[in-house]
Design a protein around this ligand. Structure first.
Ligand code: MF3
Ligand code: CO
Length: 250
């Protein structure tokens, strides 16, 4: 069931999203060679609590960390660990902030030191695909329009779109209806309505989009070892167009 949010609920989610965005902004300087993914998790967790909010991923379906930190060929749900980032790595940091029951969700991809030109392009294409998806997220359009905007662009750039993980409704809980695939057919799927709050979070791969699951039952990685990038925003659908509730400052 899709729940439509009031203006008040959207305002609360925007406050939650502003905290989340400010932490991503701080990560730009924090993430560098030698930092471990556990350091990133501690940094984010501390900042969430400093802001008077709660790290919503802890305990969610048994997940144990404030963040997912997914490196290189890991698609998503990477566990923070003692792994030390090195030049050439890319790391996706994904987390949810719960401010008095209003949840926001955003993932950002960070380059560590110099990365290859191909991976630089992967990051740029993935980020642009997110914004193309957001542009399609307007009242009257359908969910398939979002996926189509993302998929057609990503594939025209020679990259793959992950199918096994999709965007979602969000609100008092992390995952709500509807699902938002990052692939799809124009004009298909449910209509977007004023008051829907959703995430768009394309995972884009240099090679195959097919995944394999780690033994931990959580971490997905590309089947061929190609790198994967991801950017995610939480959005509110309004008559005036989508509001990006987790937008960062430049
Ligand atoms: N932030 C993730 C998402 O984009 C949620 C991961 S589920 C968790 O949907 F259990 F890892 F938190
Ligand atoms: Co999400």
């Amino acid at each position: 069931m899709i729940s439509l949010k009031s203006e008040r609920e959207i305002k609360a989610m925007m406050e939650s999203g502003a905290i989340l965005a400010s932490i991503h902004q701080a990560l730009r300087d924090f993430i560098r060679e030698g930092v471990t993914t556990a350091d990133i998790d501690r940094f984010v967790h501390h900042r969430i609590e400093q802001a008077g909010a709660v790290a919503a991923q802890i305990g969610y379906e048994g997940y144990k960390f404030a963040t997912c930190t997914s490196v290189n060929d890991e698609i998503c749900h990477g566990f923070p660990s003692r792994y030390q980032l090195k030049a050439g790595d890319i790391v996706k940091v994904d987390f949810c902030v719960d401010l008095k029951g209003a949840i926001s969700d955003s993932c950002w991809c960070y380059a560590v030191g110099e990365i290859s030109e191909e991976h630089q392009r992967l990051l740029e294409v993935t980020k642009k695909s997110l914004y193309l998806g957001i542009e399609a997220a307007k009242v009257g359009n359908r969910i398939g329009d979002i996926g189509h905007a993302i998929q057609s662009y990503v594939e025209s750039e020679g990259f793959g779109v992950v199918r096994d993980f999709i965007g979602h409704g969000i609100g008092p809980t992390i995952h709500e209806d509807p699902g938002i695939p990052h692939y799809g057919i124009q004009g298909k799927g449910q209509r977007l309505r004023e008051g829907m709050t959703i995430t768009i979070e394309p995972m884009v791969t240099t090679g195959t989009w097919q995944m394999k699951m780690d033994k931990n039952g959580w971490t997905a990685r590309t089947r061929d070892g190609g790198y994967c990038a991801q950017y995610e925003h939480s959005l509110a659908i309004t008559k005036e167009g989508p509001i990006i509730m987790t937008e960062q400052e430049l």
